[in-house]
Design a protein around this ligand. Structure first.
Ligand code: UFG
Length: 339
């Protein structure tokens, strides 16, 4: 019998790519989502890639009763991958309670169901945002956490604490994956990122500028202490990120964890500046991007990239895809959306 995995936020950006890889790896997948930031048509894209779509349920995990009912009907999962959450930093500053309520109550409701139904394993979507601006780079899992810059970032820190307390109290094992900057799309261009309104993130803003939806990209700051003056991030292909979830689920379900709560950095280990991203995007896709330099964006850190040694050695996972592949796939996806 193939193992059964629940993917919350299964029609979202990372959730959909992970669902594809789970199905391809022979897992049975049940996806749930409240479609607040994704579209049901994503399931068609998954079906085109894999030949089959996951079982889908529209469930709002912040709704305690609805979540309890869902798990009462369907309690047998080998693991849960919990993606479902709000993720816009600026929106979280404007509307903090919405973030605390949604992101934390959904996690509490999922963990409550796990304890009740003896579901043993959870993979949690965390973020490198928990490190803030690290004192030393690359940043390891043992680097101290900094006070969060936004309510969104704080929900990730608090969520990790909630999980740590839960694995102590219940028979639950957890892996938190701290994502760096996910970009790109599936090579088939059947699924990808679907930003809601004006994109906040760099790569969707770039692709929308290239296709003509946006007039011009603003580069936020050229006076950072970096080689070209623009800020540096660790950009990771979303399919590599999806693969990391397969590795985490395998580790949990095959009882290979060394601690009941493990944390891994999921990045490439390489930092690229905003101008690097623009230049590479132009080169691989043979086009010119309209951009201008503007002031720094409030709340941005200067530079961060991952030390991935622990993930490479312990999780047995490494990122494989290049920045060029990531930026080509992002552009292919944007063109697919335009057709
Ligand atoms: N940037 C621009 N112009 C834009 C958008 C972004 O110059 O239009 C720059 C930003 O200033 C930053 C870089 O591109 O230097 C990356 O910005 P993103 O918004 O794509 O990503 P962030 O690193 O700011 O945020 C990401 C995730 C968050 C997470 C954070 C952790 O989107 O969810 O990493 O550091 F909290």
């Amino acid at each position: 019998m193939s193992k059964k995995i629940l993917v919350t936020g299964g029609t979202g950006y990372i959730g959909s790519h992970t669902t594809v890889e789970l199905l391809k790896s022979g897992y049975q997948v049940v996806a749930i989502d409240n479609l607040s930031n994704s579209k049901i048509e994503v399931l068609d894209g998954i079906k085109k890639i894999v030949g089959t779509a996951p079982e889908f349920h529209n469930v709002d995990l912040a709704d305690k009763l609805a979540t309890a009912l869902f798990f009462d009907k369907q309690p047998n999962f080998d693991a849960i991958i919990h993606f479902a959450a709000y993720k816009a930093v600026g929106e979280s500053v404007a509307n903090p309670l919405m973030y605390y309520e949604n992101n934390l109550s959904s996690l509490v409701n999922v963990l409550t169901a796990m304890a009740k139904h003896k579901i043993k394993n959870i993979v949690f979507s965390s973020s490198c945002t928990v490190y803030g601006q690290p004192d030393t780079l690359p940043v390891t899992e043992l680097s101290p956490l900094k006070k969060a810059d936004s309510p969104y970032g704080n929900t990730k820190q608090i969520a990790e604490d909630i999980i740590a307390d839960s694995v102590r109290a219940f028979d639950i094992k957890a892996i938190a994956l701290r994502y760096f900057n996910p970009i790109g799309a599936h090579a088939s261009a059947q699924i990808g990122e679907l930003p809601n309104g004006t994109p906040n993130n760099l790569v969707p803003f770039i692709t929308q500028t290239a296709i003509g939806i946006r007039q011009e990209l603003s580069v936020f700051g050229k006076d950072y202490n970096t080689e070209d003056g623009t800020a540096i991030r660790d950009y990771i292909h979303v399919c590599d990120l999806a693969d990391a979830h397969i590795a985490a689920v395998n580790r949990l379900t095959e009882n290979k964890t060394k601690h009941n709560f493990e944390i891994f950095n999921i990045g490439t280990g390489k930092g690229n500046s905003v101008l690097d991203i623009i230049k590479t995007f132009e080169q691989v896709n043979h086009l010119k991007l309209n951009y201008k330099i503007v002031d720094r964006r409030a709340g941005d850190i200067e530079k961060v990239w991952a030390d991935t040694t622990f993930a490479n050695q312990e999780l047995g996972w490494t990122s494989n895809r290049t920045l060029e592949e990531s930026l080509k796939s992002a552009w292919d996806w944007e063109k697919h959306l335009d057709t």
